[in-house]
Design a protein around this ligand. Sequence first.
Ligand code: AMP
Length: 568
Amino acid sequence: MQYSKLCETYEDLEKNPSRLKKTEILSKFFKPLKKEKDKQIIYLLQGKVYPDYDEREFGISEQLCIKALEKSSGVSKKEIINHWRKIGDLGKVAEQVIGNKKQNTLFSHKLTTDKVLDNLKKLPELQGKGAVDKKLSLISELLTSATGTEAKYIIRTLIGQLRIGVASGTIRDSIVESCLEKNKENTEAVQDAYNKTTDFALVFEKACKGIKELKKVTLSPGHPIKAMLALKADSIEDGFKRVGKPAIFEYKYDGFRMIINKDEKGKINIFTRRLDNVTNQFPDVVEYIQKYINAKSFIIDSEAVGYDKKTKKYTPFQAVSQRIKRKHNIQELVKKLPIEINAFDILYYNGKELISEPFEKRTKILRKLIQNHKYKIRTAHQLITSSEKKADKFYKQALKNNQEGLMIKNKDSKYQPGARVGHMLKLKPAENELDLVITGAEYGKGKRAGSYATFTLSCLDEKNNKFVEIGKSSGLKEKPELGLSFTELTKKLKPLITKEHGRKVNIQPKIVVTILYQNIQRSPTYKSGFALRFPRITQLRPDRKADDCATLSEITKGYNRHELKIHY
Ligand code: AMP
């Protein structure tokens, strides 16, 4: 396909903010795509070149894009930067400098989506000596044959700011509209296939062949899936009301999610909730799996929780969070920050998908399969009961053990990848805590000169697929050993700047933080319609993507139920 055709669709999507209109535009675009052999063009619509589960990144800075623009347009770097300062969008800068040049020269060949995919796919592979030069020439090659509009989208893709506002729900609905009859069952089937594969190109390919083929899509170990998420319960009583009696209670471990896969060939892969493959970071877990789980293949859902080597007491998530990102001296960290795996679900076992089986059955299979070894790998502490008194005792025991609270699960429920479901609830002591994403910052003065000192916090308005501001925080409990300090945060945010205006900067929504606040009010000051009072940043959440932060509807519901109200 001509890249220009895709760019026309990008332009249409950018101009039309309504989700309905976007679905119409995309469905139209998908119709001819049904005949194309290669469905990977869908990745380009997502601003990527790989499926969602593939964490490879282009690793291209704005500075490198500027160099590539200089090389392919002949306009000086200084001029490009000046221009960028004025309009703040490097994509638009590219459109102008490349567009102007094109008025004077005749370009020889037209850019195809294959060529764009080809060059972009090479970028994440380039590392080490000479990598920057090679990256530069791959990008310049594309820009040289691009029109102004094409250059705009190449640059925006490279820096992760496509700005066409297409959420995965829109892609799902457009696949339904272009391939199947539009109804609830088909929409669910497309969503289901996506949740199992996290690959829209594959889902589209199956949907083109009809609903039967689509329904054949199964989980496959080694391929990350979206984790099932929980809703909040107010109390044990509320929990029983919502999931029925007896309910299955489990400790809610204060750690991080790990979905452990062993494929038919015996290969072990460990994924986080963000779908990042972290197998290399956890050789200890790989060893426990080999030793203590005797099965040919499986997908197991679990929470990894840290403990103190000496006292053997469980530690909060933040104490072990470093293990997720560490790429070097891994063994050293394995010894320093040991973790215990608490398995709580099994989704696939010896060649068979289990997600439609009732939870009670799945948990029994899991419990037969794992040989429990304390401080290594074990099944989650569990209590099946109809008694509020017994459940309450179990809750207190979990808190005493330094865990966050309880999970309350319906014994008959399926596992629904990617869904936030009402049959798995979380119960924690009331606390004014939210996970939010940083979308702006402001330079400090005096002691904080040179660092950012105030951070703009946003939640996800999932209906419009936008991050909306909800407050500003100048409070941060510094824990430099955990990467949380004003200087460390400044370092992390600087490469994500999208616009500078005076002392303030806009930041790409990438860094998720946990904040504590005193109360929440309705307020016209911020786009969310709410304002947090006295928010303080307490933790970095490197295990979460921006999309995992609190949503506006959750906050609204919580506010309406007085759940998030004043706690003085
Ligand atoms: P939250 O992160 O507060 O939305 O709570 C849900 C998270 O709790 C899940 O994503 C898991 O990472 C974690 N968790 C801890 N223990 C369990 C458990 N026994 N069952 C399910 N999830 C658990």
